[in-house]
Design a protein around this ligand. Sequence first.
Ligand code: GDP
Length: 330
Amino acid sequence: KKRKKRSLQDFVEGIQAGNLVVLSQAITLIESKQAKHQELAQQIIEKCLPESGRSLRIGLTGTPGVGKSTFIDSFGQVLLKEDRRLAVLAIDPSSQVTKGSILGDKTRMETLSVHPNVFIRPSAAGESLGGVARKTRESIILCEAAGFDTIIVETVGVGQSEVAVHSMVDFFLLLLLPNSGDELQGIKRGVMEMADLIAINKADGENIPAAKLAKKQCRNGLHLFPPKPSNWIATAEICSALEQQGLTKVWQHILSYQNQTSINGYFQQHRQEQAQYWLEESIGEQLKNLFFKHPKIKDKFDETKDRVVAGTLSPFKAGELLMQLFLNGL
Ligand code: GDP
């Protein structure tokens, strides 16, 4: 059975009609390593760009086990009641190591995943963080063109991925556990500082007192950070994804954030800054690719690296030498 290949127009029309099969196939093109696919993907993105940008983009992070997928499953119900259409995209560079996507697990978000107004897409396994991040950002554009007005970008809180997510969302939500007093010490200051809201999850049953204490500690901790450029004052709340408690409150915070930052102009300004950031990232990535693919560099790189590793050549000098070699060879 050979299926007719979709044309650029088929893709664009399908996406704009909200066809999830076509949307999914277009994202597969974005993720493909084949030059032909990538080229088509770029054309699709370009055509969809004018239809994009009208969603609310929410970043969600937290350590494995904190309840991210349970949270999205329950929080998604709140959104669906508000007639929102929800796309969930996951950034999971750790799958490179574990050889299986933590976020791609099929059993996650069981109730949501069958709903027609929901689209869930885990990131491609075996990708570098930069790669996944770029592709996720491009996927956001297609999801918006397909009519999704709420995008959740989820990431496992294991390091640099939060920064990547922060650079593509409007609002950043951090999930923590009750008894996170210790966790608060361990959690990177930077991640907490990025948060627009901290939700202490699993605030149910005998966890409630601990959750309330954690909320207080978080609020105190958040006070110590300098004011945000958005003028938004980050706070902490408790919730139970499992018992579906406190989720409406979380949604209200997100809506007031959108309202407040739309009025003070930050919402738009932030998106423009992000676009500029991704322009610079993209140039950096392309330059790096050109550099390492260059035959002169391929020739000399290993030898130079050995000298750097052996300590007979400084990394800076080596960088300069290789760059000179590259520029002369252009
Ligand atoms: P993720 O790794 O962050 O996506 O976490 P999961 O959503 O897979 O949840 C990890 C475990 O915590 C599961 O056994 C969930 O049932 C449980 N869990 C998630 N949310 C809650 C909650 O609000 N309360 C309680 N008691 N358990 C929860």
